[in-house]
Design a protein around this ligand. Structure first.
Ligand code: 5EF
Ligand code: ZN
Length: 263
């Protein structure tokens, strides 16, 4: 599709020119106002199957010009939703080394340093993610908020290879690791709402789950993430650093944000 960016003439306020859904309803991310949450006792703990990958498994870590993306094997899936949602990829959104504040979802107006998204598609109904991406029950994305603190050894399992994907369309192989380790301890405490892809084409096709508890990465890890990669190809004359790759909060409209926990 047409090129898009987070700033400049192709920035988010212009996305809807080429991608009409970006100007539509049910857009993500949102500012989660905790006083307006609705506790829903039917929201069960998230159950992840086959997330503990062996080191003999090789994953592809890539720079797609918008984020750092780790491919995930199809045997990984979420089993606690009404239909099976199979893993496709994970990617991150972050701020800049001067402003370590780049999560997409914000809580009561507070933006965290970064956010991990694990993208899954409804494999009960669609053969692959491309066929599922524009369907209302097509995608389920798990969001993990990241704040600066203790070094994160699990994030480092892929972050330590980031120097190999400095430029757009570069890829490297990464040994498998326990992807469950990227999540906070409690998979039973999360926010839930119906939303969209946070990048073009912004399809309103995502069942969002954002975990209440953030995880940490160290300031050094954050700086590596925020300074190591470029949105531009290696041969381009002007290198464009990739940072602050988050979309601003969208209008909640009449959407209810549910939570799986009380208080
Ligand atoms: N924040 S988010 O979770 O909404 C989200 C992204 F932020 C993001 F950057 C990507 S992308 O594929 O890297 C770039 C453009 O889609 C996807 N890609 C997904 C969505 C659709 C699709 C189709 C094939 C492969 C990956 C994806 C995404 F779901
Ligand atoms: Zn994302």
């Amino acid at each position: 599709g047409a090129k898009w960016a987070y700033t400049g003439p192709h920035g988010e306020n212009h996305w809807s020119m080429h991608y009409p859904f970006c100007g539509g309803s049910f857009q993500s991310p949102i500012d989660i106002q905790t006083q307006l949450l609705n506790f829903d006792p039917s929201l069960r703990p998230i159950e992840l199957q086959n997330y503990n990958l062996s080191a003999t498994e090789q994953l592809i870590l890539g720079n797609n010009g918008h984020s750092v993306v780790l491919s995930l094997p199809r045997r990984m899936y979420i089993s606690s939703l009404s239909q099976r949602y199979t893993a496709a990829q994970l990617h991150l959104h972050w701020g800049s080394s001067h402003l370590p504040s780049g999560s997409e979802h914000i809580i009561n107006g507070h933006r965290f340093a970064a956010e991990i998204h694990l993208v899954h598609f409804n494999s009960d109904r669609y053969p692959n993610i491309s066929m599922a991406a524009d369907k209302s029950d097509g995608l389920a994305v798990l969001g993990v908020l990241i704040e600066i603190g203790e070094f994160n050894p699990v994030v480092d399992q892929f972050l330590k290879y980031i120097k190999g994907i400095k430029y757009r369309d570069q890829k490297v192989q990464v040994p498998g690791f326990n992807i469950r380790g990227l999540f906070p301890g409690r998979l039973d405490e999360y926010y839930r709402y119906d939303g969209s892809l946070t990048t073009p084409p912004c399809y309103p096709s995502v069942l969002w789950t954002v975990f209440k508890n953030p995880v940490t990465i160290s300031l050094q890890q954050f700086r590596t993430l925020a300074t190591a990669i470029y949105s531009s190809h290696q041969q381009e004359l002007v290198p464009v650093p990739m940072n602050s790759n988050f979309r601003r909060a969208q209008y909640p409209d009449s959407r209810l944000v549910l939570c799986s926990f009380k208080r």
